[in-house]
Design a protein around this ligand. Structure first.
Ligand code: MSP
Length: 513
């Protein structure tokens, strides 16, 4: 069983930001989930190195383009490594193999007579690297996605891919494959894009304006339009056209932000149809992160959440946790350093880490550092065990992008119940009376065994700290069965516990530090 997940490849005109971190982290969560189910995985992420805006970013810094791209490529890789994103392939579109394949796809489509040359006058947004229709712009003629960038009027002769001949076939594909685009809201948006006749897609840029790109194979005075080049990465990563790409391709799921639905939902499927290639299996679309109060993040407002700063101050799992837990399906979601800090302290710290620390330290001091015996179970024990099994079951099943926040919510809800159970059973009182010591042992056993299951599930979301916790319970991650399912009582009584360290040390607000 195979599954191929892709993230967009990111423009390198700046450092990695929270949007980049988000898609790559959720891709990694889905990969870990499917690995736990026994799938062979391929996860690709990487950088989109061509086009006008990257070219200008290098020029602004006065850097040689190759040095600039090397620097940014290394920076993105480093940030994804810091975030524990276990990508299998890191795309750089400047690689020769990719460039040759892009030119090959263009030549194939050109040979079929589907690419034509003509003059065009249009409004170009450099931020989107796309021509815009008047109806795409605001009343003052600006791009709503890039209000600080000037729209340029461009009058040029270029090469164009004919789109309209494929519109109906694409509409039919969307009808016949109800899961092709999710969630529903974005499927509706895509259908609207396809409701009107499609203009030809400009797939070239004259070298007089843009030099950073793949030469058009049939006219060396042009480079390939950056989106045509970038989208092709999804195939070149798996060795198209010469390798064994088919089995991976048949399972391909693209994770994308809502702003790039058109290139992925219209341009890419039509490019594939034009080249006689099958379409990807699925497009999973997410909304965006905005600052507190719904304000767009910007340096001037000072509400930008820098992923590296979060890792440095709270650790990668603080960021992974927040991103996994708080993205809403159809509307933008709010993020700030303060929100992340609160979620980290109150959920990871107080609800999960603290319970582990209290129960494990109790076992260390009262039961000689060993997991105590489990004796007869009460209905309270049975109830909490059943609740933990149910709450973690979601992670033993296939997760889609939109499922992630719900499954994480299930876990945090059951952690609340576990904390209540622990408080109500009060092992610190039970230990005082020899008649209830056995009962005390059972409570500690049940609590630690339930926490083990919770951490096994959370390995898919916050792998570093979950593995650390399993190490404390002497239940190493390497011993976990695949496919994984929540299972009770796999921690043998008498297991010596490891060193108990604070899993999520409290992080104070800057003013209180
Ligand atoms: N290079 C193109 C993608 C080519 S894929 C063949 C591109 N790059 S990008 O760097 O501008 O954006 C990449 C991704 O980041 C998109 O999915 C976009 O939606 C996402 N995000 C950018 N800002 C975001 C937020 N504030 N929140 C969540 N994701 C956002 O487009």
């Amino acid at each position: 069983m195979k599954s191929y997940i892709t993230t967009p490849i990111y423009y390198v005109n700046g450092s990695p930001h929270i949007g980049h971190a988000y898609t790559s982290i959720v891709a990694d969560i889905l990969k870990r989930n499917r690995q736990a189910l026994g799938y062979d995985m391929m996860l690709s992420t990487g950088v989109d190195e061509h086009g006008q805006k990257n070219q200008e970013a290098a020029a602004d810094l006065g850097m040689d383009i190759t040095e600039y791209l090397d620097m940014r490529g290394a920076e993105f890789r480093k940030v994804f490594d810091m975030l524990d994103v276990t990508y299998d392939y890191f795309v750089r579109t400047s690689q020769d193999g990719h460039k040759t394949a892009v030119a090959g796809m263009e030549q194939t489509i050109f040979d079929k007579g589907l690419i034509v040359k003509h003059e065009y006058t249009g409004q170009y947004c450099k931020g989107c690297e796309q021509f815009k229709k008047e109806s795409d712009l605001t009343e003052d003629g600006q791009c709503p996605l890039h209000p600080t960038m000037q729209i340029e009027e461009i009058d040029e002769t270029n090469y164009f891919l004919k789109m309209e001949p494929f519109r109906q076939a694409l509409q039919k594909h969307i009808e016949d494959n109800p899961d092709f685009v999710t969630p529903e809201h974005f499927k509706t948006e895509l259908k609207q894009m396809l409701a009107e006749p499609l203009e030809d897609l400009c797939i070239s840029r004259p070298k007089s304006r843009v030099t950073l790109g793949v030469d058009l194979p049939f006219d060396q005075s042009f480079v390939t339009y950056v989106w045509f080049d970038a989208l092709t990465n999804y195939l070149t990563n798996i060795d198209w056209p010469d390798g064994d790409y088919q089995a991976w391709w048949a399972t391909c799921e693209h994770l994308i932000g809502k702003d790039i639905l058109k290139p992925h939902g219209v341009y890419w499927p039509i490019m594939l149809m034009a080249a006689d290639l099958p379409l990807p299996k699925k497009l999973s679309v997410h909304s965006h992160w905005v600052g507190a109060g719904g304000v767009k993040m910007s340096k001037s407002i000072g509400n930008v959440v820098d992923p590296v700063e979060i890792v440095d101050t709270m650790g990668a799992d603080a960021l992974r946790w927040y991103l996994a837990r708080h993205m809403r399906a159809d509307t933008d979601s709010q993020i700030s350093v303060e929100y992340i800090r609160q979620a980290y302290n109150s959920e990871l710290g107080n609800k999960i880490g603290n319970l582990l620390s209290r129960a494990a330290k109790f076992a260390r001091s009262r039961f000689d550092g060993h997991l105590p015996d489990r004796h007869d179970l009460t209905s309270e024990d049975e109830a909490i065990r059943a609740a933990v099994m149910k709450a973690t079951e979601g992670f033993a099943n296939w997760l889609d992008l939109a499922d992630i926040p719900h499954r994480v919510q299930d876990v945090i809800t059951v952690c609340d119940e576990m904390n209540n159970y622990f408080a109500e059973q009060a092992p610190w009182d039970l230990i005082k009376d020899p008649a209830t010591v056995e009962r005390c042992q059972t409570v500690i056993y049940v609590t630690l065994d339930c926490l083990r299951i919770v951490f096994e599930a959370l390995r898919q979301v916050i792998p570093a700290s979950a593995d650390k916790a399993l190490g404390m319970l002497n239940s190493p991650a390497d011993d976990i069965a695949c496919p994984w399912r929540p299972e009770l009582d796999t921690l043998p009584a008498g297991t010596p516990l490891g060193e108990i360290a604070t899993l999520y040390p409290r992080v104070n607000a800057p003013e209180a530090a």
